[in-house]
Write a protein that binds this ligand. Structure first.
Ligand code: ATP
Length: 244
């Protein structure tokens, strides 16, 4: 992945009705009536990046999924763009780009065709240029004509992340985007997230990497038995000292 600033072209964020992208108030998440962590309260505004940190099984992915409306809350409230999250609504689909690690690709479409498909499907301005810039940025240009089955696990991750960034968005939701990326690519992606928030996009991510959180996040939510907001400094310290 190459560090560059041009791939923001063609991915201008749609406007939102208010300053808040996402709010959670006493939000309890889990499966059935079993909460997996203590309730969460936070607000995410444009230009900010909230990193969810916590041990394995703490509930970070469950919280992300609930914020997107993929799981119902057990209790409390969550609003996305001022409404109850609904992944089927056109409004939410237009505004929210996500990579939750699903990585489902069409087996007979190449790397470049996947990016083109996302660009055209989401009416990305300048789709060809945007796709070409993302191929370059994610070091996929040499793999443009390769099929997904021929990619390494890290290359598949890079394609999934490039696809999330190939479409307009005002909110970006990423579940452990650093996973399976080499060190250089992790650093470059973290800097890319800084550019995203400087462009006014809000970011909600789950992450285990202290350096990544330190670079990319503006706030930290420690998820667990005592879910609470921390400064980035304290969140990074909790990761490195193992006091999550
Ligand atoms: N579909 C499911 N049904 C029931 N329980 C689940 C389901 N998915 C996850 N869980 C449980 O919910 C808890 C939280 O899981 P979650 O995936 O949210 O954790 P996490 O913080 O993202 O963990 P990790 O850092 O390992 O990715 C875990 O105890 C897990 O076993």
């Amino acid at each position: 992945m190459k560090s560059k600033g041009t791939a923001m072209a063609g991915t201008a964020a749609p406007t939102t009705n208010g300053p808040t992208l996402l709010t959670a108030r006493d939000l309890s998440v889990g499966y059935g009536d079993h909460a997996v962590c203590a309730p969460a309260t936070f607000t995410l505004r444009p230009g900010c990046a909230l990193a969810l940190v916590g041990v394995n099984g703490a509930g970070k992915s469950t919280l992300l999924r609930t914020c997107l409306g993929l799981l119902p809350p057990i209790d409390g409230e969550v609003t996305l763009l001022g409404r109850v999250p609904d992944p089927r609504s056109g409004r939410q689909r237009r505004a929210v780009a996500r990579d939750l690690g699903e990585e489902s690709f069409f087996p007979t479409l190449t790397v470049a065709e996947h990016l083109a498909l996302v660009c055209y499907g989401h009416s990305t301005p300048a789709p060809e240029r945007t796709a070409a810039e993302l191929l370059e940025e994610f070091n996929l240009t040499g793999l443009a004509n390769v099929l997904p089955d021929e990619l390494s696990s890290g290359q598949r991750r890079r394609l999934a992340l490039a696809a999330a960034l190939a479409r307009p968005r005002c909110l970006l939701v990423l579940d452990e985007p650093e996973q399976r990326l080499d060190h250089v690519t992790r650093r470059t992606l973290a800097r890319r997230l800084v550019a995203e928030r400087e462009a006014g996009i809000g970011i909600l991510l789950a992450c285990h990497d202290a350096e990544f959180v330190s670079t990319a996040a503006t706030d930290v939510l420690l998820v667990g038995a005592n879910t609470r907001l921390l400064s980035v400094t304290d969140g990074v310290r909790a990761i490195t000292e193992g006091t999550l």
